[in-house]
Structure formats: structure tokens, C-alpha cells
Write a protein that binds this ligand. Structure first.
Ligand SMILES: Cc1cc2nc3c(=O)[nH]c(=O)nc-3n(C[C@H](O)[C@H](O)[C@H](O)COP(=O)(O)OP(=O)(O)OC[C@H]3O[C@@H](n4cnc5c(N)ncnc54)[C@H](O)[C@@H]3O)c2cc1C
Length: 623
């Protein structure tokens, strides 16, 4: 068996392939990692293959002396941040090894699966929609949302660099982000979405205006230009892929990071996003003056999520669906910490409250998030309507706190077919084939029919109840959860009260006000908000109840970095040779978002921090 079959790409013109070394450091740092599952028998079986592979590699790439470098830079993680950093390094003429524990099929990491929503400020698309936005308004919103309160002015404060990154990021999103990406061929759907509308006050949390720009082609179209650049650099001998290389430790020399070591995993034919085997067939050690860690967050590691769960969000739900592939395991955080890095804001995380169990899972416990419009009524598990700001699309973490405070793991949308048809969107490239495949005709069909993926979830998903009467709906809800927590009389009273508020163009019901506010924005009225109607109006039916699970997704804290992406140690000094970008670095600085996000800021955070780190690492290795 060829142990590195999926590394069969042109090598760096002077870099050897992975060298066999002593035993891999399998401890994986302070944080738990996936079991390697290697058995003695299997190890013996594959040993011959490893030796044969090493011999072939040595023939193909002449070995360096013990002190030689294998590349100018090593990048750990081939997600969006890693691709961007690698592309920058290669563009500056550096030789790069790009390592990942997954096979080539998963190149692009989470970003491939993403909806491709990008936070842009004062864009052409916003102007087309009549949205007046500015850098000042965006910064007001960012500050109100982030709530930075951990030593912004203290150079050792957890929010010190996070704040600086936030300022730079808002400048980027209001400035060259759009033109840079457009120059790489990225385009956006013209209707700008209004995500995370916030808690109610202008200076507080939330987007004052729509800013969620869905990329034409969704996540894959965000990855594409950077993948192309990296593949071109591979062809030119500037970049070497090292798939199935799991980093288990950073090599340090005199306090500086000088390389990585880890395990070569057996070749895998796992399809994109599905878990790949962790069977070890060898080990490796690679050296370079610069290591860039771009290994993603902890979203698939529910143990780590629970360990770091903040008291302010209540007790973590016993059951959560997982919104990211299994490779988002968080191991590299502990490994990098062991090399001297400082992790900040580990208790800040971004989980969604509208998770569906996927009837056709790709990764374990696969959950899909509903991106909701403003009209569904939202109830806790006992059928008590949530108060403001727990309205669909307003304040993700406040609602999460309200759900955990209810004492139950889930909540309910009660809605109508009319709302479902116009307002439900599912996050994920595979759930939006019209946008992902750039199919205009299919996209237009959303005007007269419920998008097919939504209809399929309604019919096949385990969390949907459909009924023509409220009594039947309540029976179905209680049957689904196996209890009798929801009472018909209570639910009826609350829905009828809300429905009475529809009779006038003004109201005291905050959610109904929100619907009217949304309809005043042409983008929402065209594509994301159903006209205000009574939930119990049979012509808007059937009635639909959706059980909503908490869905794990993003890590807001992480490795603290300065504006060059240099990883800082506990004293605030950079660790020589060590850089980080993307989700593992809290999307910049160890927490560019503070406590909360304005949405569409994660891909952008990977693009910006990957670019910063790549450029700085290239400058640091200039000869
Ligand atoms: C379904 C979905 C929808 C989303 N929608 C949006 C959206 O619309 N807008 C938005 O802004 N964001 C969105 N996001 C979030 C965004 O996609 C991610 O935050 C971002 O892509 C993270 O990129 P990354 O490069 O930091 O990490 P990742 O994509 O997680 O890549 C990290 C890579 O590092 C590798 N790795 C980890 N540890 C090791 C190790 N020890 N050795 C070797 N390799 C290792 C992993 O295998 C992985 O390939 C979405 C995410 C998902 C899953």
C-alpha cells in the first residue's frame, strides 16, 4: 500500500516528502483528540507499505541534511484560511507545504459547505436595494454586537488584539474586500439578506441594515479562486500538498517554532465531508522557519464545547445537532497551546437555535440550520411564546439563553405553509442547489413554489409536524416529543392574540412590527418575508410546527494573534515562527467578534486573517 497515495502531487522543487522519524507525539496537547484506532496487526500490515513509500519518496526528492528546511512555510489545515494564506505565500515566491489530516476530497474545509454569505458594507448590491450603509454604521453595529469588555486597552487583555482586528476588519469589509474578491471573479446574488437584526436599540446588538451578501455559487465559489491559485502553485512546484498528514505536535527550537510532527493516516476514499479513518500508517516531521496554523474551530467536538460552555448561556443542552464536519475537532488548539500559544475567549461561541436533524446526513449527527425570516411564531418546549428579542433572525445567543433557561433542549416554530414557502432558507451549499449551481431558472422558481429542499425536509425531516387544524398540530407536536408539554388552549390563546394584531397597520406586538419593518425593505418583501397574515388563516395553511434543536457551529475565541497573524504567548510577545488564521484564531486576534456576530463574518474573517498571516509570513521569510 502506498502510504501517501493522496500526496501524489508535484513536490516542491527542493523539498523532500515526509521523513520517517521517531514515534509521533500522539498526545495531541491538552485537548482530547479523536482516537487513532491503530491496531498492532494493522500497523504491521501497513509497515511494509510505509517503508516502500518512504524509499520511493527519497528517490523522488533528494534528502536534505539534518539541519535543512523542508519548505519556507508549513500551513496546517487546507480550509479557506489555509488556502488563502498558502496562496499569499506562494505569490510572494515562498515554498509551502500545505498539510491536512483529511484527504484531497475535503479541500476547502467548512467553507465548501457554507452558504457563502459575506458581510459587506456600502456595496453595489446594497445600493441597488436602496440600502444606505457606511463604515460608521457598521462599526456602531460591530461594537454594539461584540460587547468587547476584556481589557481592550490592556496589551495583555483578551480583547486587546480582538478589538484591533475588529477595526481592521470593518475597514476591510467597507473597503477593498468587495473589489478584491470581485477581481478574483466572485459575484453576489443581488438581493442582500438581513441577518441578525438584534436586540432593539440602535447602539446595541445587530445589523441596522441588510449586509448578508450571498455569493453566486455559495461556499464553493468562495473557495474556488483560492483553490485555483494553490493548485497553480502546486503545478509550478511552489506548493506541496500533504493530505492525510495529521499534525500532533509543533517542533520548537530555542523557543521558536521550527516545524511540525505528526502521523501519516492511511489513504482514504472518504467522500467530502464524511469522516475519514484515523488509522496511522507512519509518522513524519517537517521543518520550516514559519508554521501557519489554520486548523478551524471546535464545532464538531461536543465535549470541548461543553467544557468551554459559558454560564451566561445556561446549562448546555444534552442533545445538540452538529453543524460542521467531524474534522472540526479542535485538537490543534491544545497542540498549539503546548508550544506556548495563548488561547483567549474560549467561552465565546456561536451556536444556532434553529437546527434540524438532517434526514440524509453527511457527517455524524448532521444538523442543518434554518435561516429564518421574521414571521414564524417561536415557543419554548412547553408552548410558551418567547418574548423580544427572541424573534426569528434577531438575536441568536439571547434566544439560546432563553431556550436553556426553559429547562429543555429544544424549541418550536409554529408557522404556515405561506411563511415556510417564502421565508425558510437552509444554510449550506448542498441545500441551495439553485444558488450553488448558478441555475437562474431554478432560482426564479422560488417565486411560485416552495424550494424543493425545504419541501423535502418538511416531508422527510424528523422535526416537522404538518396539520390542517391547531388541535391536530398540538397532538402531532406532543407525539413527536413523546410528552404532553404543549397544551392546545395555551397555544390557541397566544396565536389568536397575535392574529388580532394583524387587523390594524399598527400594533403593540413587537414581532408583528418587525414583519412590517421587514416588508419596508424591498429585498425582504421580494424574497424573504411573507405578507402579514393570521397564522390561523386556513388559506395560508396548512399549519406547520418545527422542532428546533441547538446546532453547534462556530468558535469565536481561539489563538491570540497580532495584526500580522503572529501567535502570541502568555506574556503578549509573539512566538517566533508561529502564525495563525481563520477560525482557530477566533477569525483574527483570538476573537474578532467579541461575544456575538453580525453574520457573514466568518468566511470574511478567514479571508482577511488568512491574507494577513500569509503576507506577514512571506515578509518574515524574505531572503
Ligand atoms: C454549513 C455551513 C454554513 C456556513 N455558512 C457560512 C456563511 O454563510 N457565512 C460565513 O461567514 N460563514 C459560514 N460558515 C462558517 C465558515 O464556513 C467557517 O467558519 C470557515 O470556513 C472556517 O474555515 P477555516 O479555514 O478556519 O477552518 P476549516 O474549514 O475547519 O479547515 C480547517 C482544516 O484544518 C484541518 N485540520 C484540523 N486539525 C488538523 C491537524 N491536527 N492536522 C492536520 N490538519 C488539521 C481540518 O481537517 C480542516 O480541513 C458556515 C459553515 C458551515 C459548516
Amino acid at each position: 500500500m502506498a502510504p501517501m497515495a493522496d500526496t501524489a502531487h508535484p513536490p516542491l522543487d527542493s523539498a523532500p516528502a515526509a521523513r520517517a522519524t521517531g514515534p509521533a507525539d500522539g498526545t495531541g496537547g491538552a485537548l482530547p483528540g479523536p482516537a487513532t484506532g491503530v491496531t498492532r496487526r494493522h500497523a504491521l500490515t501497513v509497515a511494509g507499505g510505509v517503508l516502500a513509500g518512504a524509499a520511493l519518496a527519497a528517490q523522488a526528492f533528494p534528502a536534505f541534511g539534518a539541519e535543512s528546511q523542508d519548505a519556507d512555510a508549513i500551513v496546517v489545515g487546507h480550509g479557506l484560511a489555509g488556502l488563502v494564506a498558502t496562496a499569499e505565500l506562494a505569490a510572494a515566491g515562498r515554498k509551502v507545504l500545505l498539510l491536512d489530516q483529511e484527504p484531497e476530497a475535503s479541500l476547502g474545509g467548512q467553507a465548501f459547505w457554507s452558504f457563502g454569505g459575506l458581510f459587506l458594507v456600502d456595496s453595489d448590491e446594497q445600493r441597488l436595494m436602496g440600502v444606505k450603509d457606511s463604515r460608521d454604521l457598521a462599526w456602531q453595529d460591530w461594537l454594539g454586537t461584540a460587547g468587547f469588555d476584556r481589557g481592550v486597552d490592556d496589551p495583555r487583555g483578551q480583547d486587546h488584539w480582538a478589538y484591533k482586528w475588529a477595526e481592521s476588519y470593518v475597514d476591510f469589509a467597507s473597503g477593498e474586500k468587495r473589489s478584491w474578491l470581485a477581481g478574483l471573479g466572485v459575484q453576489w446574488f443581488p438581493i442582500v439578506g438581513w441577518a441578525e437584526r438584534g436586540g432593539g436599540l440602535a447602539h446595541g446588538h445587530g445589523n441596522s441594515v441588510p449586509r448578508f451578501h450571498v455569493t453566486w455559487g455559495t461556499g464553493p465559489a468562495v473557495v474556488e479562486p483560492f483553490e485555483k491559485k494553490v493548485r497553480a502553485a502546486v503545478a509550478a512546484g511552489k506548493v506541496g500538498f500533504r493530505f492525510r498528514h495529521r499534525v500532533d505536535g509543533l517542533v520548537t527550537t530555542g523557543g521558536a517554532v521550527t516545524g511540525v510532527r505528526g502521523a501519516v493516516l492511511e489513504p482514504s476514499g472518504a467522500a467530502r465531508g464524511t469522516p475519514s479513518s484515523r488509522t496511522v500508517v507512519g509518522d513524519f516531521e517537517l521543518r520550516a522557519p514559519v508554521v501557519v496554523v489554520t486548523s478551524g474551530g471546535i464545532g464538531a467536538n461536543q465535549d470541548l464545547i461543553r467544557q468551554n460552555w459559558p454560564a451566561r448561556l445556561g446549562t448546555p443542552p444534552k442533545f445538540m445537532v452538529t453543524g460542521v464536519p467531524a474534522h472540526v475537532d479542535g485538537r490543534m488548539l491544545g497542540i498549539t497551546e503546548q508550544a506556548g500559544a495563548r488561547i483567549v475567549n474560549p467561552d465565546r461561541m456561536w451556536h444556532y437555535t434553529e437546527g434540524l436533524r438532517n434526514y440524509a446526513p453527511i457527517w455524524p449527527n448532521h444538523g442543518i440550520r434554518i435561516l429564518p425570516g421574521p414571521s414564524s411564531m417561536w415557543f419554548d418546549a412547553t408552548g410558551r411564546r418567547f418574548d423580544t428579542p427572541d424573534i426569528p433572525g434577531y438575536d441568536t445567543l439571547h434566544t439560546l439563553g432563553s431556550i436553556t433557561a426553559s429547562g429543555y433542549d429544544y424549541s418550536w416554530f409554529v408557522t404556515t405553509q405561506k411563511i415556510l414557502a417564502k421565508e425558510f432558507a437552509l444554510s449550506g451549499s448542498e441545500q441551495n442547489p439553485d444558488l450553488t449551481d448558478k441555475n437562474v431558472w431554478q432560482l426564479l422558481s422560488r417565486i411560485w413554489q416552495t424550494p424543493e429542499p425545504i419541501e423535502r425536509f418538511k416531508n422527510k425531516g424528523a422535526d416537522f409536524v404538518v396539520a390542517t387544524s391547531l388541535a391536530d398540530l398540538v397532538t402531532g407536536m406532543n407525539k413527536l416529543t413523546g410528552n404532553d408539554l404543549v397544551r392546545l388552549a395555551d397555544l390557541k390563546r397566544q396565536i389568536e392574540a397575535r392574529d388580532r394584531e394583524i387587523d390594524n397597520p399598527y400594533t403593540k406586538d413587537v414581532q408583528v412590527m418587525g414583519i412590517r419593518n421587514a416588508l419596508a425593505y424591498i429585498g425582504d418583501s421580494l424574497s424573504r418575508t411573507a405578507s402579514a397574515h393570521k397564522i390561523l388563516d386556513p388559506s395560508a395553511g396548512p399549519l406547520i410546527a418545527v422542532r428546533l434543536n441547538v446546532l453547534t457551529r462556530k468558535t469565536l475565541g481561539g489563538l491570540q494573534t497580532d495584526l500580522s497573524g503572529r501567535v502570541l504567548g502568555p506574556t503578549g510577545s509573539p512566538i517566533a515562527g508561529l502564525y495563525a488564521a481563520g477560525e482557530v484564531a477566533g477569525f483574527g486576534g483570538g476573537g474578532v467578534h467579541g461575544y456575538r456576530s453580525l453574520e457573514g463574518t466568518f468566511l470574511g474573517g478567514c479571508l482577511f486573517s488568512g491574507r494577513q498571516a500569509g503576507r506577514a509570513a512571506a515578509a518574515a521569510t524574505a531572503t
